[in-house]
Design a binder for this molecule. Structure first.
Ligand code: SF4
Length: 777
């Protein structure tokens, strides 16, 4: 790969925090639950400290300075001109946590204060400066202040030392960036030609990257969406100065497709200087699940930052950092593979991870993007999952029963706050019951402030306890803490987009408190704004307005409905208009559905999948089918199948095989599986896939009715119809996988004949919309 002609060093810019994070971290990794205040509490803490200072106190002072080609900039928390003191303010919760703060955390804070100190000395020509670390306890509202006075020259030397360490690395990075961009600017499509639909998709991705807009791309299976989106975005990187591409998926299978796409590019261009990283979840990467993530507990956390540079260099020697490769290097250098993966995100061009990595409340890739000012581009695979996944990320719950259970296992010191929490909770249950409906699910009109306070107080007590006993690994206690802190964060931004509800236990003595997100748009909107461009792609993104509104995508989001490579004649579609799968007609539907499956199988023996809305419905039809047709092979999906069991289920769909697999809509076999040719020749889909009507879904329907614009749809459409039909289309999409496939789909319910439902089906199915005899509702 040739280097570009221009070899002058480009100017480098770094934020003070990022500079120190890179150059001043040493010692153990320590990510134990510390009494971390929420973001809002942090802001309020800073404001309280500032309000206690004199009138001349300066807040948020923008400072910058150069060393060689490196520009360092940031905002110092405060300067007290009366005392001549520059302050770095940190908020915390609980005195014991501060007392046990790891030395390397304190050293990092000092490093930041010293860099700001030099920038201020240089700006104002100071010869000496007092520096202060101000630790503000948001519980007691007390400050603990550490100070030191340093000469300007000492601060300058410290600054130069940091900058030199950073520049050495940054130059290597700059060289990689030049080489990468030169290669990507002339990157060729790795196949001889584009498939049908693949070129317009690639062009659309390239155009929105140039325009800096999001794109929703509905593109059928089989056109090569992954390479059709990865390739144009990589091509756009140099021109748009995109620092990183994040390929985000809902499932592990999506990550494998992205890694395949990288492998395909690399086969065509073996020297492609592109660093691709696979990020995995902690539970999949952790080598010591029985330990906690700090040096006192886990050997791979001890001395992590001391060994990190060598591990990082070893990884950089290979271009693709997939899970196994990262693990090998990590273990060879005795560092944690999970946290090594996180560190590598700094140095990757293409990061392949989960939606959570960019969208959840503490998303690592989002935080890094903001901290480093990266220009990033997002690719979201199987994006029809994002509404549900985003709701889950922004939903939290706490079960009173498990809180009561803690009382028997935790040390005495924690009894008092847990008892108080239970008392407040009990009173809330009783007061709600007195309001009328007893022992029923209910939505609270506002956040239960007293209960939320008691939850946070109990969480603080647990945090303090863990700070004193850092090697404690009590899964139940950790689980409570995680849930309580998550609820606290959600409470900060609680609003109409979410429900606060109580679900009583069967005996009515306890309840589950839930902050349940319904419309994730307010959470996701700011995330789209951070990204230069984003492409959301899936085979089922209809209706556009539903996804755009619920995901908070901006108005200027582009849309493309990519032509299918498949033809109408490849797929026979039958609508069983004489069968109703409505709840009240389920019993009557069982025998006709079994007969329909048998008739199709007899007419054309082969492999089929029959989908149902629930395991209960699946079992009833499967039992009837097996009783009436014992000669026809049947295999059933069961609840909570392990990965080997799922693989065995799929292995039954051998080429040339015969039998009927019974599965649930929305389950493991209804999406993301590929059974081309005669491995699958038909599907039966019973019900419209509508979610169950229950009190929670009804509340969601009402809330959507109130919040979503009429142009998008009614509450029923958004809560039931759209998600249901999406599952149907996904399941039916298992049948035709290549332009050579032939197959049949039986849509079993009279409502499939309705115009509103048919409008949500893929265009290439060519369904003739008929006047709706019955609404889907
Ligand atoms: S190996 Fe596991 S316990 Fe140890 S630091 Fe890594 S994630 Fe934490």
């Amino acid at each position: 790969m040739e280097l570009p002609a221009e070899q002058e060093p480009l100017p480098l810019t770094v934020a003070v925090r990022a500079l120190c994070a890179f150059t001043a971290k040493a010692g153990d990794l320590d990510v134990r639950f510390t009494p971390a205040p929420t973001a809002l509490e942090g802001i309020e803490g800073h404001a309280v400290v500032a309000s206690r200072r004199g009138t001349g106190y300066q807040k948020e002072i923008a400072l910058s300075g150069r060393h060689g080609e490196l520009l360092v900039r940031g905002r110092a928390d405060g300067f007290d001109p009366d005392k001549g003191r520059l302050e770095e303010i940190k908020t915390h919760r609980g005195a014991s946590a501060l007392a046990r703060q790891p030395a390397n955390h304190r050293a990092l804070h000092w490093a930041q204060a010293m860099v700001y100190g030099w920038l201020l000395c240089a700006r104002d020509g100071l010869e000496q400066l007092e520096l202060a670390l101000v630790y503000y306890d948001i519980g007691s509202r007390q400050e603990t202040v550490f100070t030191q006075t340093l000469d300007a020259e000492a601060l300058r030397l410290h600054f130069v030392q940091r900058c030199d360490a950073y520049i050495a690395w940054a130059r290597l990075e700059q060289a990689h960036r030049r080489t990468r961009d030169a290669a990507l600017a002339v990157l060729r499509f790795p196949h001889a030609d584009f498939r049908t639909g693949q070129r317009p998709l690639a062009e659309a991705v390239f155009k929105v990257a140039r325009a800096g807009r999001p794109l929703m791309a509905q593109a059928p299976t089989g056109i090569g969406k992954t390479i059709g989106t990865v390739f144009p975005l990589l091509r756009a990187m140099p021109g748009q100065q995109i620092d990183r591409v994040f390929f985000l998926t809902a499932k592990t299978s999506g990550r494998a497709l992205a890694l395949d796409a990288v492998a395909t590019l690399r086969r065509a261009e073996p020297d492609l200087p592109l660093r691709a990283l696979e990020l995995v979840a902690r539970e999949k990467a952790c080598e010591h699940p029985d330990k906690a993530c700090h040096g006192e507990s886990c050997p791979l956390a001890e001395g992590f930052y001391d060994r990190l540079p060598a591990a990082r260099e070893a990884v950089l020697a290979v271009p693709v950092w997939h899970r196994e490769g990262v693990r090998r290097v990590a273990l060879a250098h005795s560092v944690c593979p999970y946290y090594l993966g996180q560190e590598l995100a700094h140095w990757s061009d293409l990061v392949i991870g989960d939606y959570n990595h960019f969208f959840d409340l503490s998303a690592m890739l989002h935080a890094l993007t903001q901290l480093n000012g990266w220009r990033v581009a997002l690719l979201l695979d199987e994006a029809h999952n994002l509404v549900d996944r985003a709701r889950l990320m922004h939903t939290g719950e706490l079960d009173q029963l498990s809180v009561r259970g803690l009382r028997h296992t935790v040390p005495k010191a924690l009894h008092k706050p847990l008892d108080k929490l239970n008392r407040v909770w009990k009173a809330l249950n009783a007061s709600e019951s007195n309001d009328g409906a007893d022992n029923t699910y209910r939505v609270l009109p506002t956040l239960p402030e007293e209960l939320m306070t008691a939850v946070q107080q109990a969480a603080t007590a647990v945090l303090d306890h863990l700070a004193v006993y850092p090697t404690t690994v009590d899964a139940a206690l950790q689980g409570f803490l995680f849930d309580a802190l998550h609820l606290g964060k959600l409470a900060e931004s609680f609003g109409a987009h979410s429900l606060c509800d109580l679900t009583p236990s069967r005996d009515g003595r306890t309840s589950v408190l839930c902050l349940r997100n319904v419309v994730p748009a307010p959470f996701l909107g700011p995330r789209w704004a951070v990204a230069h461009t984003a492409t959301l792609f899936s085979a089922t993104l209809q209706p556009l307005a539903f996804h755009r509104e619920l995901l908070g995508l901006p108005e200027q989001t582009a849309w493309i409905d990519v032509e299918s490579p498949f033809e109408r004649r490849q797929l026979d579609i039958h609508i069983a208009r004489d069968i109703s799968t409505r709840w009240q007609h389920r019993d009557a539907s069982v025998a006709p559905i079994a007969a329909l499956i048998a008739a199709q199988y007899t007419e054309r023996p082969g492999n089929y999948l029959a989908f149902f809305s629930s395991f209960d419905y699946l079992d009833r039809v499967a039992v009837a089918f097996e009783a009436a047709h014992p000669d026809m092979p049947v295999w059933r999906q069961s609840r909570r199948m392990s990965e080997p069991e799922q693989a065995a289920f799929l292995a039954r769909f051998a080429a040339g095989g015969r039998g009927v697999g019974f599965a649930v809509l929305g389950g493991a076999f209804a999406e993301g599986i590929d059974l081309p040719g005669d491995r699958l020749i038909g599907a039966f889909i019973a019900t419209l896939g509508l979610p169950q009507v229950n009190p929670v879904n009804e509340q969601i329907r009402r809330r959507l009715d109130a919040l979503v614009s009429r142009d998008t749809g009614s509450g029923f459409d958004c809560a039931y119809l759209f998600p249901g039909v999406q599952k149907v289309v996904q399941a039916a999409g298992r049948v035709i996988r290549t332009p050579e496939d032939r197959g049949v789909v039986h849509l079993i319910d009279d409502r499939f004949a309705g115009a509103q439902v048919q409008a949500l089906m893929p265009r290439w199915w060519g369904l003739e919309s008929e006047p709706a005899a019955d609404s889907a509702e």
